[in-house]
Design a binder for this molecule. Structure first.
Ligand SMILES: Cc1ncc(COP(=O)(O)O)c(C=O)c1O
Length: 378
């Protein structure tokens, strides 16, 4: 269907942070499937895990237990702080948000949600109701009732909306689709306090920011808070479609069999990929790598500071706001010609979310080229 405007190349193969098209052109991939390929393309650990699992058991439904699902749940629960110990597996980011919405309503018995301007949480009807952009929402109304949006970073605005019918506050620790927007320093802590005061749940959407990308495994760890519910997807299985909703024990206990489910969620094949991906992220300390490489990247890009509106980021989640939509597209197209894949989000922001395993030299070289391309386009 006519749902995507695509860059006119066909990718057929990839290794690490490099991808190749059907005409033999090589690209440095600074998009990584929109923050999905955290381990780069076809990482041997993921490939091996898929091959081995595929030869044993691909699917068996959630009528039965399967070993990779248990192992994936154990790894995620051990990695998450506090008692974020319960996991529901699904197949995408939007589904992980749907689960969070249903769980918050069931647990609190309340109806309302507070979400944020600029926020993106997916495109199915529940998550779309939490998503902010009117162009995404309006053609599909009526949406799920009860969602209200307030300015990102504005605790006072949140407090004004709080009452004893708010089930949850849903927030991205760094807004991705909005153009890599970092909140004020005490924002998540303030949200945690407000949620505690009013008995609402703090739902943190880590679909884009999680899996080590911002320099910690979960981006909320920068803020020293523990959410009630966490949404994961994108990088969770190194490129295999998968998602997960994590919840604190007491919250998760409100779901009973039949309340929620997924035919494919938690299937052995995807879970084997989750296990391989999470283990590799932890074994190779990729969050620390993302932090180190992110600083390096910002140093290179700081050359542009006087020419563009803003250069910002946390770890390997970086945005260059060029201030004009056409210029951003020109930069993307010129970068493509020079063998670099970048993505434009929020109209005028060049988004850089490369694999966490990208080699230092490749990252530096491609960003230096990008600086030059950007200067020429401005
Ligand atoms: C923060 C966030 N939440 C949810 C989603 C939806 O994920 P998916 O496209 O896998 O449904 C996205 C996708 O970009 C996202 O960035």
């Amino acid at each position: 269907m006519n749902t995507y405007s695509r860059v006119p190349i066909t990718l057929i193969e990839g290794k690490g942070a490099l991808v190749y098209d059907d005409e033999g052109n090589e690209y440095v991939d600074l998009v990584a499937g929109i923050a999905v390929n955290v381990l780069g393309h076809s990482h041997p650990a993921v490939v091996e895990a898929i091959k081995e699992q595929a030869s044993k058991l691909i699917h068996c439904s959630n009528l039965y237990y399967n070993e990779p699902q248990a192992e994936a749940a154990r790894l995620l629960a051990e990695t998450a702080p506090g008692d974020l110990n319960r996991v529901f597996f699904c197949n995408s980011g939007t589904e992980s948000v749907e689960c969070a919405i249903k769980l918050a309503r069931k647990h609190t018995g309340r109806k309302r949600f507070i979400a944020f301007e600029g926020g993106f949480h997916g495109r199915t009807m529940g998550s779309l109701s939490a998503t902010w952009k009117p162009e995404f929402r309006e053609p599909f109304e009526p949406l799920v009732p009860g969602f209200e949006h307030v300015p990102y970073g504005d605790l006072e605005a949140v407090e004004k909306k709080m009452d004893d019918d708010v089930a949850g506050v849903i927030v991205e620790p760094v807004q991705g689709e909005a153009g890599i927007i970092l909140p004020p320093e005490d924002f998540l802590r303030g949200l945690r306090e407000l949620c505690d005061e009013y008995g609402a749940l703090l739902i943190v959407d880590e679909v884009q920011s999680g899996m080590g990308r911002t320099g910690t495994f979960f981006a909320f760890e920068h803020d020293g808070v523990i959410p009630d519910i966490v949404c994961l997807a994108k990088g969770i299985a190194g490129g295999v479609p998968a998602g997960a909703t994590l919840a604190r024990e007491e919250v998760a206990a409100s779901f009973e069999p039949g309340d929620h489910g997924s035919t494919f969620g938690g299937n052995p094949l995807a879970c084997a990929a989750i296990v391989a991906t999470v283990k590799t992220i932890l074994d190779e300390d990729l969050p620390a790598e993302a932090a180190r490489k992110g600083e390096k990247a910002l140093r290179v890009l700081s050359d542009l500071e006087d020419d563009v509106e803003d250069v910002r980021g946390r770890g390997l989640m970086i945005g260059v706001e060029v201030g004009d939509d056409d210029t951003a597209e020109t930069i993307r197209d010129e970068a493509l010609k020079e063998g670099i894949l970048v993505n434009v989000t929020s109209g005028d922001v060049i988004r850089l979310v490369p694999p966490l395993v990208i080699e230092d030299e490749l990252l530096e070289e491609s960003l230096e080229k990008l600086v030059e391309i950007t200067r020429n386009a401005l």
